[in-house]
Ligand binder design. Structure first.
Ligand code: NDP
Length: 248
């Protein structure tokens, strides 16, 4: 099914985990994808995509928190692909610790990557999207941004911030046929969660009605729905994908 034929997507944090799965889904759907990561991890993902879908992917290395560098890399993406139809702000980090002891550095690193990083890419693509009068922006938030999580003041604030950003941009851009939505994953099996102690994993599992952790593909399916024509009248929403952990 080529539902992304002639579509160009940027996926940040595409080097591993959820972002890798999202990037591969766009290619499977016939789209082309700019895979962005901080290290050279996205290059390996782009290589794997091109092995099965020749010419579908290119890799870009940038720190999303660096506004000037994001502007430069975005200019390169527009030069390489000619346009951008879909932006998925997925790059994210954790620096967990109780608020009482959280360092300024850990606060800034998480807010700069998770929240400012998303805004940096949105600003880089919104003008051309406004001109072409179409676009899809999807921000990867978290259930931590909906319900809070002890030990994640910085992370939860960044993910809740993304929801305010999503709704505001949805209002600002709706008239230009650009939708802006968020996906809030629950606990998904990736490098990010792999490092957590078994005791925490067991406690989290007890809060998931479906009785299992999510897979990156569960999130990619939600993202590709929001990026597809099927979701053309959906904007400003948060799609929670968590096995029933949070019910509004
Ligand atoms: P991973 O840690 O597995 O991968 C994170 C990706 O983001 C990597 O490719 C990494 O690049 C990239 N990245 C991190 N910082 C930067 C930066 N400053 N600039 C550019 N790229 C960066 O994470 P997940 O796949 O688990 O998570 C993806 C998103 O989903 C994140 O936003 C996360 O907060 C969110 N999420 C995850 C959940 C989970 O349970 N896993 C739950 C809820 C939300 P590199 O490979 O170069 O290091």
């Amino acid at each position: 099914m080529n539902r992304f034929e002639n579509q160009i997507a940027i996926v940040t944090g595409a080097g591993r985990g959820i972002g890798e799965s999202i990037a591969k889904s766009f290619a499977t759907g016939g789209g082309k994808v700019a895979c962005v990561s901080r290290s050279d991890s996205a290059a390996k993902v782009a290589e794997a995509i091109n092995a099965s879908h020749p010419g579908a992917a290119r890799a870009y290395r940038v720190d999303v928190a660096d506004k000037k560098a994001v502007e430069e890399v975005s200019a390169q993406i527009f030069a390489d692909f000619g346009k951008v139809d879909i932006l998925v702000n997925n790059a994210g980090i954790t620096r967990d610790g109780l608020a009482m002891r959280m360092s300024e550095e850990d606060w800034d690193a998480v807010l700069d990557t998770n929240l400012k990083g998303a805004f940096n890419f949105i600003q880089a693509v919104m003008r051309p999207m406004i001109k072409q009068r179409s676009g899809r922006i999807i921000n990867i938030s978290s259930v931590a941004g909906l319900m809070g999580n002890a030990g994640q003041a910085n992370y939860a604030a960044s993910k809740a911030g993304l929801l305010g950003l999503t709704k505001t941009l949805a209002r600002e851009l709706a008239g230009r046929n650009i939708t802006v939505n968020a996906v809030a994953p629950g606990f998904i099996k990736t490098d990010m969660t792999d490092v957590l102690p078994e005791s925490i994993k067991t406690a989290v599992l007890g809060q998931i009605p479906m009785g299992r952790f999510g897979e990156p593909e569960d999130i990619a399916a939600a993202v590709t729905f929001l990026a597809s024509a099927d979701a053309k009248f959906v904007t400003g929403q948060t799609l929670t994908v968590d096995g029933g952990m949070v019910m509004a």
